[in-house]
Design a protein around this ligand. Sequence first.
Ligand code: XMP
Length: 520
Amino acid sequence: MTEISHDRLLIIDFGSQVTQLIARRLREANIYCEIHPYQVVTDSFLQTFGPRAVILSGGPASVFAENAPHPPKAVFSMGVPVLGICYGQQIMMHMLGGQVDRGQGTAEFGRAYVTQADGDLPLLDGWFDDGPEQVWMSHGDHVSRIAPGFQVYGTSPNAPFAIIADPARNFFATQFHPEVHHTPNGARLYENFVRLAGFTGDWTMGAYREEAIEKIRAQVGDGKVICALSGGVDSSVAAVLIHEAIGDQLTCVFVDHGLMRKDEAAEVTTMFREHYNLPLIHADESELFLTALESISDPEQKRKIIGRLFIEVFEKHAAAIGGADFLAQGTLYPDVIESVSFSGGPSVTIKSHHNVGGLPERMNMALVEPLRELFKDEVRALGRELGLPAHFIGRHPFPGPGLAIRCPCEITRPKLDILREADAVYIDQIRKHGLYDQIWQAFVAILPVRTVGVMGDGRTYDYACALRAVTSVDGMTADFYPFSHEFLGETATRIINEVPGINRVTYDITSKPPGTIEWE
Ligand code: XMP
């Protein structure tokens, strides 16, 4: 639980795939909320948390299951508004004296249209103005009798209890998911809910910045903080915010593994040193990393070597400045949400992700994580608030192992140089055509094959490369970007003409799954 002085809303998670979206909708309305799995929400948790309102999420369970997940009874006696979504509606009815039936033959998935029933409800301001509302259903069981005190306010052909409420107690429930995109007017429903719960919408980035600065000062005192700055949005925003709070008590280390893109190291060091006046060590360790990676082809081995050396190098530079009391990290809220697992089994490791995750255990330092409450788009908003340049905040993600995983098979310095040049031309093309912000991530991979070509009157025998560009919401799934043939043709011509060493350009049209975004 996070210490925060704003009114807070508690989302009790029963394991729906879309619980995070509820938090997003609320944050967009400037409401502070936290998601906690139902297992941790006890009576004493509720008392300490002190929510101004509670939302019960959806989830895959059935109220008929043995030990069916449920909130503590106190949720319904605290005198705060409660909103139940899908499974949240069913468990609410089950606990308050209604009835739920098993889903045999009545399961419903996908789009439905809800029509207004019985009278007005403040929760539904702005709903039904133009007739029935499109919603998204996804449920097996369903409510068959509502609890005493409840009335029906919306129905759909298959859901007679699509929207129900007990206005006297401020209890509301929907069978559908208002948080998803396919319920186009769903955000309005959340806005109405928080308004009637008395939230003032004071969770703004300006307020967040001031509070975060106070909190960092209180935590750090006159201690020293060290931060691994990668040049990515998260670590950059964290560093600038911490620097604003404690000035030169912060030292940043930029570990340059020689696997950065063209001019990247210079851009990062110039911006942070000159523009932000931030104490920054540029640890140019490219020799160390590239030597260790020589003749390594296996993707996992590459990742492990880079991860290990990163920690060693960081420790060395931390020791050189006489150590530090705190380690700063750009951890985000999605990284700290404990998710509810119903499968319980370990998931398969597709790739060992490299980030600074291993550092805290090794270095035994207290953590300063000023972005722990934020989603990625909120970090970007905070970055803008702190004056970071727009082109920097909107940058595509770049993986910790850098170009190593865009150079399948053996990494050589000449191949890296060719890759950097090709990548720079490709990104320049994307920017020139105004496509950069429509794409989640775009890069070139250099392929471990050489192919025959003809340029002028001569034969060439050079590398082939693959262009990659994907759209995605969170990097978990992705689609290839549908460039026009003209764009692809022009880009291939430019790369072949401007980058010696490449004579063939291909476009990767694999989505994720079955592919991954990076090539290794
Ligand atoms: P994949 O290739 O797994 O990538 O589909 C998903 C997203 O994660 C990024 N990525 C990484 N980021 N350390 C990182 O910080 C890593 O080791 C790493 N590997 C992949 C990738 O660029 C994409 O945005």
